[in-house]
Write a protein that binds this ligand. Structure first.
Ligand code: G6P
Ligand code: MG
Length: 217
């Protein structure tokens, strides 16, 4: 059988959350806003524009559209500074095992990410060629938990939503998959991702038997 295997990027394939944090924190400090690791958790899966609004909200900072635009550009430049130093050592444990197994079994592999930097990141860590299609923040207008990014991904793989499996580390992403009627696999703390159909702390816990079950069910 053939299914669509849709992967989120940040926090699922690579741990870029730490770079988003450093870039947002630099901006927050420059605006006199306290921004903690805990605050950063709330930004997982959240678009760049929405993330800025949440951070400004933390400090009750009001700004013009032009200021916001400037801060968004600044944040992304700082973020890209970290991304440019990435290599394949930053791929999270056993992600390659899973991608290779799916390839061997001729399953479509799709990226479904809110990031507008998805392609350069996949290139930096040398796995762009694993993906049959990429749907990212440049392709959709509705952010997770809206399911648009996954719906487009399933369509590109010519699969129904029921036959699509989504790997996600964010609550918004799990909700998006569920709303679409897809099979959600939460990667991270089960207590946080309790709405997911399946839960694993990371890919080292995902067996070939489990993947075969997903393919054949
Ligand atoms: C992912 C991350 C978010 C990030 C968003 C947009 O969903 O989890 O933290 O804000 O992508 O990323 P971008 O690279 O376009 O700023
Ligand atoms: Mg993520």
């Amino acid at each position: 059988k053939t299914k669509a295997f849709i992967f989120d990027l940040d926090g699922v394939i690579v741990d870029t959350a730490k770079y988003h944090f450093l870039a947002w924190q630099k901006l927050a400090v420059s605006l006199g806003i306290t921004f903690t690791h805990e605050d950063n958790e709330q930004l997982k899966g959240v678009s760049r524009v929405r993330s800025l609004e949440l951070i400004l909200g933390l400090g009750n900072v009001e700004a013009t559209e032009a200021q916001k635009e400037e801060w968004l550009v600044q944040k992304n430049e700082d973020y890209l500074g970290y991304i440019n130093k990435m290599d394949d050592s930053e791929i999270l444990p056993d992600v390659m095992k899973v991608l290779n197994f799916l390839k061997e079994n001729n399953q479509p592999i799709i990226l479904g990410s809110a990031s507008k930097n998805a392609r350069p990141i996949l290139e930096k860590v040398n796995i762009l060629h694993y993906f049959d299609d990429i749907v990212d923040g440049n392709d959709v207008s509705n952010a997770k938990p809206d399911p648009e990014v996954f719906l487009v991904g399933a369509k590109k793989a010519n699969q129904t939503n029921e036959n699509s499996i989504v790997f996600e580390d964010s609550v918004a992403g799990v909700q998006a998959a569920n709303v679409a009627g897809m099979i959600s696999v939460g990667i991270g703390e089960a207590s946080v991702l309790n709405e997911a159909k399946y839960n694993f702390n990371d890919f080292t816990e995902i067996s070939e038997e489990f993947l075969l079950e997903l393919i054949n069910q």
